[in-house]
Write a new protein. Structure first.
Length: 53
């Protein structure tokens, strides 16, 4: 399941593509990267919790 940051980032990037707004495109890419990092951190935290049990 995609997270909200990723979906928001994809929408911003697409809007930036349509309007030739490079700042909006970059902002969308940053949001997508943020979502990816949050997913990885959450996955690592879940693995640590499982290991500690």
């Amino acid at each position: 399941m995609e997270n909200m940051d990723d979906m928001k980032g994809r929408a911003k990037e697409a809007a930036g593509d349509l309007t030739d707004d490079e700042d909006l495109q970059r902002e969308g890419k940053v949001d997508q990267a943020s979502g990816t990092i949050k997913d990885k951190i959450g996955g690592a935290a879940d693995k640590m919790k499982d290991m500690l049990k």
